[in-house]
Ligand binder design. Structure first.
Ligand SMILES: Nc1ncnc2c1ncn2[C@@H]1O[C@H](COP(=O)(O)OP(=O)(O)OP(=O)(O)O)[C@@H](O)[C@H]1O
Length: 327
């Protein structure tokens, strides 16, 4: 029995299918991130798992029991699943401790641990209208967790946070998993948040899961340009230019486009180079340079720590073969 089993979920809103045949399983304590462009259906999926949106087909099983949708339940939701919306709300003009006391189903020590994990112990005497956005969010999170759910669904928790509050929330989410032993699913549009955190990433496009895998798999071997673009910059070498490109590298052409990340191409000496090109443009980005190179039939971008040659000069390159994807 899986901790969470999502099977053949379809959701229709206003005669339009928002989610198509979504299936995946989650083990207890497995960290799953959901990535996808705006409007791809990420929030709808989390809300359906939480029992807040009705599925028109398929079923969700959580800890062996079916999650009932809002059409069949007087108070929508599931007591073991908490959903932190992008649009969470707190009652106005109450002290934080009052807000938490109303929601609190925990004993003294448990409550203190929760406040400590959420980094809000020092805010208990504050009024809810005297808090920053990041503080409000951590209080909303503590309020949700005070019912002691086993699964926490986080919908874009880092959006609208400045760097300091974002780093603090990352520590909070880490402790929620490690100290409170709560399993999480997280949506974020920032690849740094998902790649560095998740055990597995689900990529959603147009309401369908189009790829899933470890962060390394989706980053290094995206199955198409949509997934590649969600996680960083890439070069797409069209099939016509790709055959010459791979022939020079000593691998058989496949008649398909080639996708390769800019950091997987290296400048080498003439003797060690498989490819020859001319520097077209050099751009400094602080931690690295982006160097645009004209090769025969195509142009590529290379990420490097040092300028290989001046604009207009000849350079020699090689590519890490295992990092090439045919798409
Ligand atoms: N209640 C609703 N009624 C009608 N359409 C809806 C409803 N909820 C969602 N949709 C539509 O379903 C699609 C998916 O929306 P959803 O909010 O799940 O996407 P998302 O990937 O979370 O987007 P974002 O990253 O912008 O939050 C969108 O086209 C949206 O307009």
């Amino acid at each position: 029995m899986s901790f969470l089993e999502v099977s053949g979920i379809q959701v229709d809103e206003d005669g339009h299918t928002v989610l198509h045949d979504i299936s995946f399983e989650q083990g207890e304590y497995e960290k799953i991130a959901i990535a996808g462009e705006t409007g791809s259906g990420k929030s709808t999926l989390l809300q359906t798992i939480a029992g807040l949106v009705q599925a028109s087909a398929g079923q969700i099983t959580f800890e062996g029991k079916r999650v009932i949708g809002p059409h069949d339940k007087l108070v929508p939701g599931h007591e073991g699943i908490a959903y932190l919306s992008q649009h969470y709300d707190l009652p106005q003009f109450l002290r934080v401790e009052q807000v938490l006391r109303y929601a609190n189903m925990l004993q003294g020590d448990e409550a203190e641990t929760l406040y400590e994990v959420c980094r809000i112990s020092h805010l208990k005497q504050r009024k809810t209208n005297q808090l920053s956005g990041g503080e409000r969010q951590r209080i909303a999170l503590a309020r949700l967790l005070s019912t002691w759910p086993s699964l926490l669904l986080l919908d874009e928790p880092y959006s609208n946070l400045d760097k300091g509050h974002k780093e603090l929330l990352k520590e909070v989410i880490h402790d929620i998993t490690e100290r409170l032993a709560i399993t999480c699913i997280l949506i974020s549009h920032d690849p740094h948040d998902t790649l560095s955190w998740a055990d597995r990433i689900l990529v959603i496009k147009g309401g369908r899961i189009i790829q899933q895998g470890t962060p390394e798999q989706v980053y290094h071997h995206p199955t198409d340009t949509y997934t590649a673009g969600l996680f960083g910059s890439f070069n797409l070498i069209p099939a016509e230019a790709a055959s010459e490109f791979v022939a020079k590298l000593g691998i058989a052409p496949q008649g398909r486009d080639i996708l390769v990340r800019p950091e997987h191409i290296r400048f080498v000496s003439e003797a060690a180079g498989s490819l020859t090109g001319t520097v077209q443009k050099i751009t400094f980005y602080g931690g690295f340079y982006d160097v645009q190179i004209q090769l025969s039939g195509t142009s590529i971008n290379v990420r490097t720590q040092a300028i290989p040659a001046a604009t207009g000069e000849k350079v020699y390159l090689t590519v890490e073969l295992e990092q090439i994807s045919f798409v």
